[in-house]
Design a protein around this ligand. Structure first.
Ligand code: SF4
Length: 1009
């Protein structure tokens, strides 16, 4: 019997209990923002997390995810011991083994591959924040088949930025929140873009001096607090931006001075159709690009600051060839009536008048509200400027833009818009974060053309091609990498194609592998397209030999994710509070536009399980395998102290190591310097981070700022103190086109020429997303996309006992008009059907969505048995994954070719190109998602260790406080306003409701208490 609340025994509240006996600082890893945290410990156990007020990223702010790190750290889904598969792959039948046996086995498998053909190791990692180490390990092993998760995340955005402005959004740049007057945000994932963006938007709203416009088919998260929401149709952002450019050009609202000083707008482009250098820049004998000096009537180096460089017109070169400034080509392209707002309005679902108004507002903010700071500075040519004058328009974009098959060009178009407005790295604009800006593109080129047994490859597996000569293809033009990155299929695949590895390895296309090694990548579920197909690839056997087509799978993870049952050897990782980590300038640091920064994680408590940090394991394996970078000349391990030893002592090049702070024997140097044995201690004393504030004169125009460029050179970020010239027109893309036209030593196979010609336009283009184009006539009338809830991160968040209380299942959100058209009502169950398959989910109507689009939260749906959740957890019974109906391959083209469902330039996974139709389910088919796959077998250790109710903190209560076993009745849960769930007569209904508890916080590991 439940008591009335009035009968509940009165609790005696101790208002000032001793919270902890120790506080340690480290870096949060509940998302990618890398906030500083203070961890309160009592008796060695984590009691409480708070934000580190001194930390440059979060300044004390801790979000819901960050606070819930305690439940990540104590998750019943944690792995506890190395595992060796004993049953068939996929069944989850393992035996626990000792680390020595696990490592010996890994060395045997990996060593065999390395002695025969190192390419037969495919090593791919997820969102692990240690890619500088893992990529280097792969290089030392000798395989080019390495990448992290970027290929299925945001490589379009990163590559487009790095090939255009020498920087990018997100980790590489940020808005100048303090001075901006107009902020445009394109399709971000709120779980990734968390505290820093939230703080920035808060600042924007507090200052009240800027308009915030969100461009996103869905009005959730940040879009919900925007001053204006532009709910355009998915995959049309590029067209929208090009229409804005059309309007700005038409009104001549562009920053001519900025274009002339900092971009290649004046560089002359050879106009000689059919010639081998048609479309390349006119260069002198030293290789310097030339412009047309109207004063002298001659072509002169574009770096000649005395020239009166033309931006339009046509000139005749001394050898008789014609040439035009690249801006002329740009203006011709976007002034075309095809890009007029009236011409694109219907396609983008935005009224022409709205597009025109936004363009006018951008122009007004940039040119009528310029920000002038009284800060003198000197540019690269030695010209002194009294003030810093900025065009206060800032932008930010992420995965929503990126994850389309036209994403690379869309991202480039956004950068073009910024550049035309003159709003790059100026007061009020977008600002580079160190180590950016870098050369365009940053070096080096990808390594891996030559592979030999027991030899490292010549450099890092991932890099930035400068032209066809840098592709990783054989003489016949066939791919050298398992994922076909840097092949004619995806020439600028700067982050690889993780989403294709398992398919290609299974198909033996371009060749089979012997060992697939993965880390922190849930490829058995929410990180794969075509989930069931992928599981089929992992379990398929050769009919003749009976062996798995992918012979050996090594997997490391901290949790019992859906991928674990598909591994042969499982190396259990620690949680982020039990490990060292390095958030490095060689990788993705914590810099801001005001200065560089990097950080570490330190272990704040000891693992209570037999687990090891994967980075330690990797370094250990490197030593055991005798990889050159990991062993001394006498064969002993170079980093016997594991990852912290490596962090402090590894030098990627002389004087440059993973951490930039406190370098040199005395710890007095920044950026470069010999290793400092006390470096990690100095980081710990400083709250686990290092940061440096730039001088005021270095704060803006970094691409051209003499003082900043000298600093960047000294820090080892750029090879020479020369300005970084933004590339509106991309000569590199044109080089690929010329190859397709039959020029140069490395040319595409016949079958790829037309594709390269079409998609390697040196100026941004827009084309309908591939899947949409392929199924246009098949009745798939809706776009289907996912969003990430800001209170979760990837699949980790939706197994977290506290975060599950906010969202324990996902709905399909549909606009009421769309629902009406389909005869669907709120709460109906529907089939979401694509050309690849169908999945069942429950509808929730909402107005804040483009009517041609349906959407759902990503990675909430789970497979039964995984993550130590109970078999009837809402996540697995009612939650659903769109991944089931996204194919990793596009429909067949003429000749039967099926390309990857990816951007043709970078190989970025085109998650958001999905087209669907809806069918209402018959009532009998309601209430359970489909596909409703067989549960994976819970691990004995996780099953036994999973209590029915998680009661974190109950044991921390004072024994003098009376405890009651009675729970208050479950109350109606008011979580996300779109997802309010219900209880019936106070009984939890399996829809994600929580129970109120008397001690600490609790959540049923079995779904609902
Ligand atoms: S924003 Fe990310 S890194 Fe920062 S506290 Fe939240 S989860 Fe942690």
């Amino acid at each position: 019997m439940l008591r009335s609340p009035f009968e509940t025994p009165q609790e005696r509240v101790d208002t000032s209990p001793p919270v902890a006996d120790e506080v340690k600082q480290t870096t949060c890893y509940m998302c990618a923002c890398r906030c500083g945290i203070n961890v309160y410990l009592k008796d060695g156990k984590i009691r409480y997390l708070e934000g580190n007020a001194d930390h440059p990223v979060n300044k004390g702010v801790l979000c819901a995810k960050g606070s819930a790190g305690i439940m990540q750290h104590t998750s019943p889904a944690r792995l506890s011991k190395p595992l060796l598969r004993v049953g068939e792959r996929g069944r989850g039948e393992f035996k626990e083994i000792e680390w020595e046996e696990a490592l010996a086995l890994a060395v045997d498998w990996l060593g065999t591959v390395r002695r025969k053909d190192p390419r037969k190791l495919a090593f791919f990692t997820g969102r692990d924040q240690s890619q500088s180490l893992t990529g280097w390990w792969a290089a030392q092993f000798g395989t080019p088949n390495f990448a992290a998760h970027g290929g299925f995340c945001s490589v379009n955005m990163a590559a487009a930025g790095l090939y255009t402005i020498g920087g990018s959004f997100w980790e590489f740049g940020e808005p100048d929140w303090e001075h901006t007057r107009y902020f445009m945000m394109f399709g971000v994932a709120e779980d990734h873009d968390s505290n820093p963006i939230k703080a920035g938007l808060g600042r924007l709203k507090t200052l009240g001096q800027a308009k915030f416009v969100s461009i996103n088919p869905v009005k959730t998260g940040y879009s919900a607090i925007a001053d204006e929401w532009i709910g355009l149709r998915p995959g049309t952002d590029g067209l929208f931006v090009m229409a804005l450019i059309h309007e700005l050009l038409r009104a001549e609202k562009v920053d001519w001075a900025f274009l002339g000083r900092y971009t290649n707008a004046t560089w002359l482009v050879i106009d000689d159709p059919g010639a081998e250098d048609d479309g390349l820049f006119v260069r002198n004998s030293e290789g310097a690009a030339l412009c047309w000096d109207a004063k002298r009537g001659a072509a002169v180096p574009a770096s000649d600051v005395s020239a009166q460089a033309a931006v339009v017109g046509r000139c005749v070169l001394p050898d008789g060839r014609g040439a035009v400034p690249s801006f002329e080509l740009l203006a011709r392209r976007y002034l075309d009536p095809d890009y007029a707002p009236e011409a694109v309005a219907e396609r983008v679902d935005i009224a022409a008048d709205t597009i025109k108004r936004i363009a006018a507002e951008l122009a007004e903010a940039a040119f009528e509200k310029e920000v002038v700071l009284d800060i003198p500075w000197t540019d690269w040519a030695g010209r002194r400027h009294d003030k810093m004058v900025g065009r206060p328009v800032s932008m930010h974009a992420m995965r929503g833009i990126s994850a389309h098959s036209n994403g690379f060009h869309t991202c480039r178009a956004i950068h073009l818009l910024q550049v035309l407005l003159g709003s790059i790295d100026c007061p009020g604009g977008f600002g580079y974060k160190a180590p950016f800006p870098k050369l365009i593109p940053p070096g080096p080129t990808p390594a891996g053309k030559e592979v030999a047994p027991e030899r490292p490859i010549a450099g890092m597996p991932l890099g930035f091609p400068l032209g066809p000569d840098d592709l990783l293809v054989d003489e016949a033009g066939e791919p050298l990498r398992i994922d076909k990155a840097y092949s004619w299929d995806f020439p600028l695949a700067a982050h690889g194609l993780m989403h294709m590895v398992i398919h290609n390895a299974w198909a033996g296309d371009p060749y089979p592998v012997d060992v697939l090694m993965m880390y922190m990548a849930n490829m058995g579920w929410n990180s794969s397209m075509n989930v069931q197909g992928t599981l089929g690839y992992l379990t398929d056997k050769d009919p003749v030999t009976g062996d798995y087509k992918i012979p050996k799978v090594i997997y490391s993870d901290a949790y019992y994710s859906e991928m674990v049952p598909y591994a042969d050897l499982v190396l259990p990782d620690t949680t982020y509070l039990e490990r060292w980590d390095c958030i490095s300038l060689l990788d993705r640091p914590i810099s801001s536009a005001h200065g560089p920064g990097d950080a570490i994680r330190q272990p704040v408590c000891k693992p209570d399980r037999d687990v090891r940090p994967f980075q330690d394991v990797l370094i250990d394996l490197g030593g055991r395998l005798g990889l050159p970078g990991f062993t001394e000349e006498d064969g002993s391990a170079r980093y016997p102290g594991g990852y912290p030893d490596y962090i402090a002592n590894h030098e990627r090049s002389p004087g440059i190591g993973p951490l930039a702070g406190w370098r040199g024997a005395e710890g007095t140097q920044q950026g470069t310097g010999t290793p400092n044995p006390d470096q990690l201690q100095r980081y710990i004393e400083n709250g686990c981070f290092w940061s440096h504030k730039l001088e005021p004169s270095q704060l803006y125009f970094k691409h051209s700022n003499q003082s900043y460029l000298a600093y960047a050179k000294k820090m080892g970020w750029i090879p020479v103190e020369e300005p970084i010239t933004m590339q509106l027109y991309s000569e590199i893309l044109q080089k690929f086109r010329l190859a397709a036209r039959g020029h140069g030593a490395v040319q595409p196979p016949e079958s790829e020429r037309a594709r390269i010609e079409a998609y390697f336009d040196p100026l941004p283009i827009w084309y309908p997303p591939f899947e949409e184009a392929a199924v246009a006539d098949d009745g798939y009338d809706l776009h289907a996309i996912t969003q990430r809830p800001m209170h979760m991160y990837h699949s980790w968040g939706s197994q977290n006992a506290w975060l599950r209380q906010i969202t324990a299942r996902n709905r399909l959100f549909v606009h009421p008009e769309t629902a009406k058209r389909h005869g669907i009502e709120d709460e109906d169950w529907v089939w979401v059907i694509s050309h690849h398959g169908r999945v069942k989910g429950q509808v929730r109507l909402m107005h804040g969505v483009n009517p041609n689009t349906v959407w759902t939260w990503n990675a909430i749906g789970k497979r039964r048995g995984a993550w130590a959740l109970d078999q009837d957890a809402p996540e697995s019974n009612r939650g659903f994954l769109l991944n089931h109906i996204i194919s990793e391959l596009l429909p067949a083209r003429e000749g039967g070719t099926r390309y990857s469902n990816s951007d043709p330039v970078t190989g970025q996974a085109a998650w958001y190109d999905l087209r669907v139709r809806l069918e209402r389910c018959e009532p009998a088919a309601e209430a359970l998602t489909e596909p409703f796959m067989e549960p994976v077998k819970p691990l004995p250790s996780t099953a036994a260790g999973s209590p029915p109710v998680l009661r974190y903190g109950a044991d921390l209560k004072s024994p003098t406080v009376p405890q009651s076993d009675d729970h208050l009745p479950a109350k109606e849960w008011i979580g996300n306003r779109h997802e309010v769930s219900r209880t019936v007569d106070g009984v939890a209904d399996g829809r994600g409701n929580q129970t109120a508890g008397t001690g600490g916080s609790e959540r049923s590991a079995k779904g609902v208490a």
